[in-house]
Design a protein around this ligand. Structure first.
Ligand code: KG4
Ligand code: ZN
Length: 340
């Protein structure tokens, strides 16, 4: 089964062809990063307009001369994301589905990220899934593609968002994750004492908090001249604290459930310190799968892959499917799972 995947939830216009959920025939990502850089962040209206300008050529490139009649279905991200951006991909997918009589599959962006590691390896269930992106920081217990339970989430900023804000404090620019990653390589991670986030109480064993980390960084740097060395040390200290928090909360879930398999996805999964830190988990006998580098950030191969999993369960959409901006069970400023 060959699925055309389409992704336009934020600032990447992407299309991909994936066969049977594993064989990536093509994956094209047009990133708008340079367009949003002068604004130090994504401007939603600008993002939608650029998706509109690029979507058809990106799909054409992904098709690589094949006819749309050669695909078996169209999978498209319908949320969560920027609604104006999502609508561009969603209406394009609906048009292809309608005009070529191909089934339409509406894919959840978080589930698509969670699928990305499956594009690089054959992974058995159950597992603990850590999604670390610019918009979300989530821990799930995953029994199958269809059955997953949300264990915890961030109660304020997402980890990628914290990287982006920290990079601003350090005067590095946008997007912050890769820039902090780069600076941290030459820095001393023990130079700054950083907060450890939410304590591992019963209520917050699987919840994250990142807004304090960024504020702490700003305080530590107050009235100091940002020399290159100071920036490197601050980046390394921030990165270590941010990643250790991810690892600690994931380890809580692994320890409590006895599920010794961890699957990591999302833009922050590209972080080199995180990927290195995973080695220590493996040494403890935990099976860890990190999304392949090409599929950490937003892409359409993961959408086509997740679409394939949805198709296996007969979950197809119709023309009434809508775009949505937020996950219903994750509300900013609230703990996702209240535990006594
Ligand atoms: O998954 P993604 O592409 O978009 C969302 O769905 O949010 O994630 C983008 C986020 C940004 O915050 C970016 O700074 C972060 O992933 N990121 C990184 C790295 N590469 C991207 N964070 C830390 N280290 C990296 N190497
Ligand atoms: Zn994403």
């Amino acid at each position: 089964m060959t699925i055309l995947g389409i992704e336009t939830s934020c600032d990447e216009t992407a299309a991909a062809l994936v066969e049977d959920g594993v064989n990536v025939l093509s994956s094209v990502v047009y990133s708008q990063i340079e367009i949003h850089q002068p604004f130090d962040g994504v401007v939603p209206e600008v993002a939608s307009r650029n998706h509109l300008m690029k979507i058809l050529s990106v799909i054409e490139e992904a098709m690589a001369g094949r006819s749309l009649d050669a695909i078996d279905a169209v999978a498209v991200t319908n949320g969560p994301g920027l609604v104006g951006s999502l609508l561009v991909g969603l209406s394009t997918a609906k048009s292809i589905s309608f005009s070529r009589a191909k089934p339409l599959i509406a894919v959840n962006h978080i589930q698509a990220h969670m699928y990305a590691p499956h594009l690089g390896a054959s992974i058995a269930f159950p597992y603990i899934a850590l999604v670390a992106s610019g918009g979300h920081t989530l821990l799930y217990r995953v029994e199958s593609f269809d059955r997953m339970e949300l264990l915890g989430s961030t109660i304020d900023d997402a980890v990628g968002e914290a990287f982006d804000k920290a990079a601003k404090v350090l005067g590095l620019g946008y997007p912050g994750g890769p820039l902090i990653d780069r600076e941290a390589k030459g820095g001393d991670a023990s130079a700054f004492d950083m907060p450890r986030g939410l304590p591992d109480t019963r209520q917050d064993r699987y919840n994250f908090s990142y807004s304090g980390l960024k504020t702490a960084l700003a305080y530590r740097l107050r009235d100091r001249r940002l020399t290159p060395e100071l920036v490197r040390d601050a980046a390394a200290s921030f990165q270590k604290a941010a990643v250790e928090m991810l690892i600690r909360k994931a380890s809580n879930a692994i320890g409590d459930t006895g599920i010794r398999r961890l699957v990591i996805s999302g833009g922050v999964a590209a972080n080199s310190f995180l990927r290195e830190r995973v080695g220590a988990l493996k040494a403890e006998g935990i099976e860890v799968h990190t999304a392949p580098m090409a599929y950490c950030g937003d892409n359409a191969a993961m959408v086509a892959g997740r679409g394939w999993a949805d198709a296996q369960s007969g979950r197809f959409a119709d023309m009434s499917v809508e775009a949505f901006s937020r996950l219903p069970n994750v509300v900013k400023g609230k703990r996702s799972v209240e535990r006594k």
